[in-house]
Every structure is written in C-alpha cells, then in structure tokens.
Write a protein that binds this ligand. Structure first.
Ligand code: BES
Ligand code: MN
Ligand code: ZN
Length: 511
C-alpha cells in the first residue's frame, strides 16, 4: 500500500522547505495570469515572451534565486501550473476532471525531477468551492503518482524514483473543508490504486485465494462481515455456473462476500464484480496474441473489493454488500465442453456454446445468490465482459445496460463526475431472443452481433425485478483514455464511480 503522506497547513507556502513548490494560476483574456507576488515577475515575463499563458496543465518552472524577490522562497524549485479558464466552465464535472488532470500533471512533473516532497498552494475556486477543489487535486496527484514496482528489483536500488513521500497543501481559508476534501480524494484514489495493484498482479500472483485473503483482511481492519463460499458450498447450493467455469482449473473457485451495514436502517446496494483471474477461453481457447492481457479479467472484482476498502474507512449512511465470484478459466482435462448444459443457482439451465463466454456464467450465480440472500434495493455488476464493447465504444466509455432508468441516471452522473464516462445501450426483448436455446432455457452466446447486449440479456435472467445495472468495462479497465492521472495498464475504473454512487446515495446523487 502507498504510504505517501498528505497534510494541510496554514503556514505560508514560501516558508516551507520542499523539492518543489507549486502555484496554480488561471488563464486570463489577453493578459498575464493573476498570481501571488512571489511569482508575479516570472509569470509576467514568461507571458510576454509567449512561453506561458496559464492553459490547463501548462507548466512554468524556475529556480528561486537568492539575490531577487524570490529569495524568501525556501523550496528548491518553483512550478507555476496553469488551470485554464476554469471559472468560465459551466459543466462542473469538466471542472472536476480538469482539477484531477492538473493534479496528475503535478505528479508527472515530480517524477521528471525526482521530487519527493512537494508543497501545493491551493487556489481559490468559487465553484466547486474549497472542499471539492481540494478533493480533486488530492485525487489527481495520488492517482497520477501510481506505479507498480513489486516485481522489479531495481525498485530497491538507491536513486530509483519510487514516488512522492510528502504532499503539503497550503490554504488560508476554509481549512477544515479543505481537510475534508483531501481526505475524500485520498480515500478514493488510494482505493483505485489498490484496484490497479490487484490487476497488475499476474495470473499466478492473484488467484481466488488472494482475492479471499484480501477481503478477509479488509473485514478485520474495518469491521465488515466476511463470508467465503468454497467449492463444497457451491455444490450444495447448486451454483452450476461458477463450478462449470472452474472445472478446467487446478485452483478452487471462491465466492467472496463482504457486507457493510450502517447503524441506522438504510437501503442496501449490492455490487457484483467479475473475478476471472485469468481467462484462457477454456476449450474455446483464445488466440495467443495478447492473451497475457487476460490477467486483467478480474478488474470488475478488483473494483468492487477496492470500493469496500473506502466504504470500510468512510462508513457511509447506505449499506453496501459486495460479491466477487472468483476463479480462472482454464482448459484442464475436466474442463467444460462446448455443448455442455449446466444449471445455475436459480434453476435456469444454460447451454454452453462457447466456453470463452464465462463471465456471464459466474456472474449469473452471484447475482441470483446475492439478490436472494440480501434483498438489495439495487444491484450493479461490473465486468470485463465482452470484446464487442471495445468495438462499439472504444477505450473511452464503459457500456451500461439496465432495467431501471433511475439507477441508470445515478450511475451515469456518478461516472461523469468521476471522469469515468458511461454510455447506455438498449436491452430489449429482441436481444433476449438471440440467446434462446433449442435444448436448454438459454444459451451462453447470442450470435455474432450485439455481443455486449446479448451478454447483458443473459444476466437479466438472474435479477428478477430488482433495479439492476450492468457495466461492461472491457474497454476501460485497462488502456483507458490517456490522461495525466490514468496510467497505461490497469485504470482502477469503477471504484470512484461507485464511491460517488455510495457517498451521495441518500441525497439522490451528486449534482
Ligand atoms: N474476458 C473476455 C472479454 C474481453 C475481451 C475483455 C477482450 C477485454 C478484452 C470475455 O470472457 C470473453 O471472452 N468474451 C467473449 C464472448 C464471446 C465468446 C461471446 C468475447 O468478447 O469474445
Ligand atoms: Mn472469456
Ligand atoms: Zn473473460
């Protein structure tokens, strides 16, 4: 776990010793950005030379000299960071993302100069105000400072940069709101980074066992209820989907459950995340090119588990239950065959036409079990479910299919405010028809076209009337839209969207 320290201080920024001191300035129309007297001279000179105007993420670096006005600056370097015309932007979610991107750019700049301690002089922005401004900055820096070094021995050598150690925010007004914001931003970012860590682990480093151990540890730390259904429990309960997917594997399957209940009676949100720790395709084997990326097929499960970490810390007013069906999809000699017929937890039988359509099989049991056991007020599942969603939406939007407009609206705005955009696709009876089987109740593939939607049509058989939404993150769980705070590789997508959903649940969502 990342150990970067973040603090808020009222001490004047220039008096604090640091590798780098960062000031943020807004872009003005036809004139130099307004700024602190300490940097005014440099900023105006740079503006006159057309080197710097204050556009979002634009940077100006200088080295305080001891013979000039800046002599009072204690930090070794000063960076002026542009924020663009931030007060002119009408869409608040765009402002949030600009602030996060600025934070991410700060982290990137620090990497370049190997800065370990920084001071960020927080700007005053009327809308969204000090708390949210601080939250977005902290989130962006923390997310942008992410790196996965566990398996690299050079990480231990001296001189290799391993990230920020200390981030000090300075502000003079609204100190307690600023603190609150920082805390929220760090909790969300830390959780998303945990999800990235889980995803970065290879198929032999993150199995159903590691998923279960992590959940157990979270439960102990935060007082959550932890249950793990083992293979024998699954057999007793008739969870034919996850058992079938696991048949070709040497590692046992696990259905991992974490419950958080607030003291006061409240709604319950059920989150279900696909935890395929490696997807070979099974007997319907995948092509070898790029198959190593299928270690990321557990990103839905990682998002759900990491969300529970932040939930455990924050103790929100709404109840949250998380379920992660976890196994790899392998082709051992006991593996399921194309044509096999299985029976899911709720009794529905399914003809397995393609063993590579395994995500829906494990999710089906988890959804039906979760809804029966916990009677949630809504359920959201998240999964790297189909290659088809990448064809349709590329790497920029997650796909959403749902039986409920209100839940859809909440998720779409939660995602928008998190910088994790979501696009709804239709889920109507035509698609359900595509998965009718001649020999069983349904079959696990629906033909060549509309694959993202037919996958969700499959899941719809396991949610009854419960308000339900399915997020297909196959295009966004890794290689998500490149931004300063989103690295190449796993993005940790879903975590911050879920936190927006949970934190503002009782208020009907964040505006
Ligand atoms: N995990 C894959 C989906 C996937 C593919 C995610 C590429 C990310 C990138 C899923 O289990 C799968 O194999 N889906 C099949 C379904 C098909 C057999 C109906 C797919 O999309 O090809
Ligand atoms: Mn598959
Ligand atoms: Zn898969």
């Amino acid at each position: 776990m990342k150990t970067t320290r973040l603090t808020v201080t009222e001490k004047p920024a220039e008096k604090i010793d640091a590798d780098l001191l960062i000031y943020c300035v807004a872009e003005e129309k036809n004139k130099a950005p307004l700024c602190d007297p300490f940097i005014k001279d440099q900023v105006e000179k740079a503006f006159d030379l057309k080197d710097f105007s204050g556009k979002a993420e634009e940077q100006l670096m200088f080295y305080p000299s001891s013979v000039r006005a800046e002599e009072k600056i204690k930090a070794r370097r000063v960076m002026v960071m542009g924020m663009g015309r931030i007060e002119k932007e009408e869409d608040l979610s765009e402002v949030f993302d600009t602030l996060r991107k600025i934070g991410g750019s700060m982290a990137k700049a620090c990497e370049k100069i190997k800065a370990k301690t920084i001071t960020v002089c927080l700007p005053t922005i009327q809308n969204p105000g000090p708390e949210k401004t601080a939250e977005c900055f902290a989130e962006g820096i923390f997310l942008g400072d992410y790196r996965f070094l566990k398996y690299k021995k050079i990480s231990k050598k001296k001189g290799n940069y391993t990230g920020l150690k200390m981030i000090r925010f300075t502000c003079t007004k609204a100190v307690s709101s600023t603190r609150k914001g920082i805390k929220k931003g760090v909790a969300a970012a830390r959780a998303a980074c945990e999800a990235r860590d889980m995803a970065n682990e290879p198929g032999n480093g993150w199995t159903s066992r590691e998923f279960a151990d992590y959940a157990g540890a979270l439960a102990r730390t935060h007082g959550l209820t932890y249950t793990c259904l083992e293979k024998k429990d699954m057999k007793k309960m008739g969870m034919g989907g996850i058992l079938a997917v696991n048949q070709g594997s040497a590692i046992p399957p696990r259905m991992i459950i974490l419950e958080y209940r607030p003291e006061k009676k409240s709604d319950i949100i059920l989150l279900v995340g696909k935890g395929i720790t490696f997807d070979s395709g099974g007997i319907s084997l995948k092509p070898s090119a790029g198959m190593e990326e299928m270690k990321y097929d557990m990103c839905g499960g990682a998002a759900v588990l990491a969300t529970m970490q932040a939930v455990g810390e924050e103790k929100p007013s709404v109840g949250v239950v998380a379920i992660i069906p976890a196994t790899d999809n392998m082709s051992g000699s006991s593996a399921i065959r194309p044509g096999d017929i299985i029976r899911h937890f709720n009794g529905i039988t399914s003809e397995i036409v393609n063993t590579d359509a395994e995500g829906r099989m494990i999710l089906a049991d988890a959804l039906a079990y979760g809804i029966k056991t916990f009677s949630p007020d809504c359920v959201v599942d998240i999964a790297t479910l189909t290659g088809a969603v990448v064809v349709g939406l590329g790497h920029h939007y997650s796909g959403l299919m749902s039986n409920n407009d209100e839940l859809t609206n909440r998720l779409v705005s939660a995602g928008k405010n998190a910088g994790e955009p979501i696009w709804r696709l239709p889920l109507t009876k035509e698609y359900k028809k595509q998965i009718e089987s001649k020999v069983a109740d349904i079959k696990n593939v629906g033909g060549k076209w509309g694959g993202t939607i037919t996958a969700s049509a499959y899941l719809s058989n396991f949610v009854d009337k419960t308000p339900w939404a399915h997020l297909d993150i196959a295009g966004t769980a890794w290689d998500f839209t490149e931004k300063s705070y989103i690295p190449k590789g796993p993005s940790g997508i879903g975590v911050r969207t879920f936190l927006n959903l949970i934190r503002y649940w009782e208020k009907g969502g964040l505006a």
